[in-house]
Write a protein that binds this ligand. Structure first.
Ligand code: NAD
Ligand code: WQD
Length: 341
């Protein structure tokens, strides 16, 4: 059986870590990425870590003709892990059509090619954003989804529905949607990590850039939430742990261990941490003092969310292993290496 996996968005943050784990587990990877949010040098880093350079093609998978041509030429793909998408929540509010077009058309192109070229398996990157602010915590996979706060969030909810509905009427297709909570950290080698373009929107890159002197200070958005210390609570999951879950999901599909043709899993640690706990954790892990101040809440933020990971623990046999200190340290080592500090 072919062990060739198409990783869309494979030079990106989560895709690069997953490519490393796939290659380390004996899979052959072909990456497709348009490099709209990543750099070609990531391939060198993956090669340094694993000893193998993944195959690579640069094109935009929202372009139907190019995507079709790719599958016509690559007729031995066993499964797809579909990471490629735009992901900046704030930008999606400004440019909704760019987000709907890129995220939805790309998925539809892939599904059409899967049917046409007989590629049965897809693992899809979804997000805890589909839950909005849940009534009850922690959230299980059965927690009702809510209207999204942003076009980006909407694309994840609609993508899940497109995947589910397409699988329902095409019994040759199987899919697993993985709902990530907040991925953070970098590979322990510090050779790959998250390198946001421009000013980071996410907490941990902002923290590491502040510590590196690129940002003057961190703004903590709100200390009047109904949480133990008043700052907002999230479930921060180490990116290398997250990557390993994708290898398990691929194996589940390839070995027909799935319970139904469309499955959903939460991927988090199961523990909620406040913004201030992350800030303190960073200072403790690195010994670097952070310049931060409390400011108003950020528009569109929810108060608190964390995952119930029982289903992933029991069904996938997967559990987050790395603790906050080592994860924040990995993010800091990556930032230092990227900045030559
Ligand atoms: P990323 O931006 O680092 O990686 C995405 C990659 O896809 C980039 O390399 C980009 O160049 C590429 N890409 C985008 N559109 C493309 C297209 N049309 N054709 C080809 N390549 C394209 O993002 P990431 O953090 O690695 O996220 C990966 C996936 O996980 C995304 O679908 C994202 O929505 C989802 N997700 C991310 C988070 C997070 O916090 N990072 C949380 C939940 C879900
Ligand atoms: C975390 C906490 C902020 C920056 C986003 C997407 C979500 C998912 C993950 C893709 C919040 C606070 C942040 C800062 C701060 N992505 N914060 N100062 O908003 O939970 O989730 O990424 O699917 O869809 O919405 O992540 O890292 O932006 O924020 O105080 O400078 O840190 O208010 O409480 P978020 P985040």
């Amino acid at each position: 059986m072919s062990k060739k996996i198409l990783v869309t968005g494979g030079t990106g943050y989560i895709g690069s870590h997953t490519t490393v784990e796939l290659q380390n587990s004996g899979y052959e990877v072909i990456i497709v990425d348009d490099l709209s949010n990543s750099g070609i040098e990531v391939l060198d880093s993956i090669e340094k870590i694993t000893g193998t350079r993944p195959a690579f093609e640069q094109f935009d998978i929202s372009e139907r003709v190019k995507t079709d041509d790719f599958f016509r030429r690559n007729n031995d793909i066993a499964a797809i892990i579909h990471f490629a998408a735009y992901k900046a929540v704030g930008e999606s509010v400004e440019k909704p059509l760019d987000y709907y077009r890129n995220n939805l058309v790309s998925l539809m192109n892939l599904l059409e090619c899967q049917i046409k070229y007989n590629v049965p398996n897809m693992v899809f990157s979804s997000s805890c954003t589909v839950y909005g602010q849940p009534e009850k915590l922690p959230v299980t996979e059965q927690t009702p989804r809510k209207d999204a706060e942003s076009p980006y969030g909407n694309t994840k909810r609609i993508s899940e529905d497109i995947l589910r509905d397409t699988i329902t009427v095409n019994p040759m297709l199987k899919g697993i949607a993985l709902r990530y909570f907040n991925p953070i950290g970098a590979h322990p080698t510090a050779l790959i990590g998250e390198l946001p373009l421009g000013v980071p929107q996410n907490l941990v890159p902002f923290i590491t850039q502040t510590a590196a002197g690129l940002r003057e200070g961190l703004k903590v958005f709100g200390n009047d939430y109904n949480t133990p210390d008043g700052s907002a609570v999230r479930d921060y999951i180490n990116v290398a742990d997250l990557a390993k879950a994708h290898v398990i999901a691929i194996e589940r599909l390839l070995k027909n261990k799935n319970k139904s043709n469309y499955e959903v899993f939460n991927l988090g640690t199961g523990t909620g941490l406040s913004v201030l706990e992350v800030v303190n954790g960073f200072e403790k892990a690195t010994g670097v003092k952070l310049n931060y101040k409390i400011v108003e809440r950020r528009a569109g933020d929810i108060e608190k969310i964390w995952a119930d990971t029982t289903y992933a623990n029991e069904e996938l046999g997967w559990k987050a292993e790395k603790n906050l200190v080592e994860t924040l340290l990995s993010a800091w080592n990556w930032e230092k290496r990227a900045r030559g500090i």
